[in-house]
Every structure is written in C-alpha cells, then in structure tokens.
Design a protein around this ligand. Structure first.
Ligand code: PLP
Length: 402
C-alpha cells in the first residue's frame, strides 16, 4: 500500500536529521522540467536541484549512459585505471580550453581540491614561505559545507557551533575590486569568487568587476578561482558565467549539472602549472573519477551542447526576465538575472519569500526561497517558451497577493 505525503514526511521527520527545511512536497518521479508527487500532483520545477538538473530530470540519454555503464563497471578506484575517465578529462579540456582536470564527487570536494592546489602552487611555484599562504574569498559566498569552506563563510548560521576553523582565509566585499587590491599581500595565492552568487541570492556583481579582479590577480601573481558549480554549465546563459567578461580564470570548479543530476560528479579545471603540483598520493577520493560518474558526465556534457541548452538558457532567460520585470507588485524590490539564473528579491515588508514559495507550490510551481527574501527561478534549461507562458500568470498572481 502506498503512503500519502504526510505519512512519508512523518517518517523523515522522525528518522532523518533536520538539517533542511524542505517544502512539503514528496516527489516520486520526474521528467524534463516536471515532477510528480506521491499524491499524483504535477509541478513545474523552477529550482532544478540548485542547477544540478540543467539538462532536465531523467534525461533519456543520460539515464541510458548510466544504465549502460552500470552494467559494465561502476567503480575501480584510482588504484587502477578505467576506460571512461580519460575521455571525460579530454572532452572537458577540449570544451573549456583548460589543460587538466581533477575529478571529485561533490561540489564542496571540488572547492577543497582547488584550495589545496592553489596553496601548493603557492609554495612550490610562487615561493610563499611555508604555511603562510592566504586565500581571499568574498562576502556572502557559498562554496559548500566542509569545515574549511565554512571557515570563510560570512553567514553566521553556517559556522555556528562548528569551530575551530581553518586558517589562511581573508574576506573582501563581493563586487569591490579596491577591497581585493588592498587585501592582497606577497603571501596571497588565490582569490575565490562565484561569478554570480547563487546561494547568496542570485547576486550579480557590477559589470567589469570580474575583469578588473582578474587583472588584479594577474598583476599580483594570484590565481583566480572561479566557482562555477552553480553559475556554470549553461545556467547563466553561457558555458561559464565568467565568459560575459571575456576572462579565463586560472582555476574553475564545476559540479552539479556536470552529471545532469544523475550522479555526484565534480571537477577542478586548470593548467598543468597548477594541477601539476599534485603528485601521486597528495590527494584523492575513492569515488572520484569513477567510470559510472565519468560516463554519466560525458553524456551530460554532450546533451548540454548538442541540445543547445546554453543558447536556450540565454534566450529564454532574457524572455523570462523581461516578463518577471513587468510584474507590478508592491512586494518586489528587484528582479535580476542572467540566462535562466533569475532572482526576484522581495522587500523586507513582504514578510519573507517562503510564503510565496508555498503559494507557488499550491499553483504547481516549485521554487525555493534563498536568504529569506529572494525567490530563485532556475528551471531546467530544457524549458520552452510555452512552459514559461504557462507558469507566468501563476507567478504574477502569487507575487500580487497580499
Ligand atoms: C552547491 C555549490 C557548492 C557545493 O556543492 P555540493 O555538491 O553541495 O557540495 C559549491 N559552490 C557553489 C557556488 C555552489 O552553488
């Protein structure tokens, strides 16, 4: 006998740790931009698993790659080689113009790996005195939940109760190149930045910021690390959001949509000079670079390119953004976005974005509030104009409620 929504929620509440506050919809299956709950209700997914399912839920080609590889070999560990990883690395390098790839699983692991690479580069290549390396991060950043990563978070809740923290990080204001310039010392090895801050509330820095920051890094022999785990792989209307500023960061982290949501796969992209600092035994992961994940990621990347999802994100993002901007609502403070990476920021008087997300859910649209006052619209990139036209009147009605 199948259980209803409330019964299943009760089980999770009793047995699962409460480290999330999900909307009370229990999803049972999904296809493209649509998900269905256990009571048979259908919803448009406007979160896309924080941009991990850019290719749409259960994309047939990616699911097929998963199934085929699952029947061949799933895990070899890196003690042995496998016949998928080399091709994933090669295809990623050819697509992005980087020289080397280091595969991991979660986004946080990719960021940790990038931080380790940049520190080691600092000692081995730049010549920073032992264990004096400094990495600069931005206010309002999000890069995952490990202890080292939360060590440079500016969000009190992410740190509360989790100290002592990792040393060697400095914080500068996001969007402020003067602050970056002033924070750099001869021991600075890296500058970690999200080209668009996702968890921070879809915050887009001023035009020219990334280019200027990049030039400052260049001048000071500091590596720029772009965390494209959420903003990359088509989400912001380009393969990488940094492309809007015509730069090529020294190090890039990717994850989320790298597997189309079918498997945890992340990676660090960089030069031989940087990733070459790793020698056998320096760093690793039992599952990192496994053939199942690699086969899935190869197909997920092909789908992204061959189905023109990046262009679709660019074009329909513009369309969706203009429509959202046309809404006359006393609650809206600002509507902003690039590609299908859109945030609607509400005024403080609106009493939080959560109640709007609940109301959208009741109309068949799943969104999640970010930072109290922002509703993020980031549907799978397979969305069509008709889908947006279906959702728009509902969104408008919800944003106009009292
Ligand atoms: C989600 C995210 C991460 C962390 O990814 P996980 O897979 O959740 O560890 C890191 N950086 C950015 C920008 C993200 O959005």
């Amino acid at each position: 006998m199948s259980m209803n929504t409330q019964e299943i929620i009760n089980i999770e509440e009793q047995y699962g740790a409460h480290n999330y506050h999900p909307l009370d919809v229990v999803i049972e299956r999904a296809k493209g931009i649509w998900v269905w709950d256990v009571d048979g209700r259908k919803y448009m997914d406007c979160l896309a698993a924080y941009s991990a399912v850019n290719q749409g839920h259960c994309h047939p080609r990616i699911v097929n790659a998963l199934k085929e590889q699952a029947e061949k070999v799933t895990l070899t560990s890196r003690a042995f080689r496998n016949a998928q990883l080399p091709f994933l690395c090669k295809e990623l390098c050819e697509l992005t113009g980087y020289e080397m790839v280091l595969p991991m699983n979660s986004g946080a692991e990719a960021v940790e790996t990038a931080l380790k690479a940049v520190r080691k580069w600092g000692y081995k290549v730049k010549g920073v005195p032992e264990y004096k390396a400094e990495i600069i991060a931005c206010t309002n950043n999000f890069a995952g939940r490990t202890i080292s990563i939360i060590s440079f978070s500016t969000e009190a809740q992410y740190k509360d109760g989790f100290g002592p923290f990792t040393e060697g990080f400095k914080i500068v204001e996001f969007g402020n190149t003067k602050a970056l310039q002033d924070a750099i010392t001869s021991n600075t090895v890296g500058f970690l930045v999200e080209p668009i801050q996702g968890e921070g509330g879809v915050i887009i820095p001023p035009d020219g910021y990334l280019k200027e920051a990049y030039d400052i890094c260049r001048t000071n022999n500091v590596l720029m690390i772009a965390d494209e785990i959420q903003s990359g792989l088509g989400r912001a209307g380009k393969l990488f959001a940094y492309e809007y500023e015509g730069i090529k960061p020294d190090v890039v982290t990717i994850g989320k949509a790298l597997s189309g949501g079918c498997y945890p796969v992340s990676a660090v992209l960089s030069s031989k000079e940087v990733l070459g600092v790793f020698k056998p035994g320096d760093h690793g992961s039992t599952f990192g670079g496994n053939p199942l994940g690699a086969a899935v990621a190869r197909e997920a990347i092909k789908v992204l390119i061959e189905e023109n999802l990046i262009e679709n994100s660019y074009n329909l993002g513009k369309y969706f953004l203009e429509k959202l901007k046309s809404i006359q609502s006393k609650h809206i403070k600002e509507v902003r976005g690039k590609g299908l990476f859109i945030g609607v920021e509400l005024k403080p008087e609106a009493k939080g974005a959560r109640r709007f997300c609940e109301a959208l859910k009741d109309k068949g649209i799943l969104c999640k509030e970010t930072h109290e006052n922002v509703i993020r619209f980031a549907p799978p990139l397979v969305i069509t104009k008709d889908d947006i036209d279906w959702a728009f009147p509902k969104i408008e009605e919800v944003l106009k409620m009292d």
